[in-house]
Design a protein around this ligand. Sequence first.
Ligand code: CO
Length: 214
Amino acid sequence: MPSYKKIFENNKKWVAKKKATDKDFFEKLTHGQDPDYLYIGCSDSRVTAEEIMGLHPGDVFVHRNIANVISNTDFSAMTIIDYAVAHLKVKHIVVCGHYYCGGVKAAMQHEDFGILNPWLRNIRDVYRLHKDELNAIKDEEKKYMRLVELNVEEQCLNVIKTAVVQRSYLNNKYPIVHGWVFDVRTGELIDLNFNFKKKLKDIQEIYNLGLSKL
Ligand code: CO
């Protein structure tokens, strides 16, 4: 059986399983979505969003790209953050990286990756910002793991630089931004304890968009 046909078989079984636990499960989904979470993660096939968090359809709004990068000129990412915060009113935004991220690894290579260059530049910029700490790590694998973590932190900062997040937080005290890492070696989710309140205060010296006057 071609593998894509297996997917339709799987789907039939999944529908039956969902209905067995809640016969109205799909009918309820027609009433709309009200997720508490926006999850921003890597497109890597090993790092699923809902499955690693034990969540279900309707629980989480998802954006995935190579190496969970949030660039302010990425119209897709900016639109997703805006929609999730201003319209869905998510209470939490999670930026989730993962160890052994191919995007982060590529950004550590001195190589021309063609069309990937501008994207990977975002991660090279993270390296530049933290080069003293990273260059002090002699073990290449440890350095790679640390860059994954620092990339998550910097992308969390990029999320809180946006007007929509700052405005919502000032008015509603949400969303809270979290930085996590998925460890593909163990399946474990690790909370990097991104200090949202402190970081927001820190970056407002430069990135305050005048919204505190609201
Ligand atoms: Co990745």
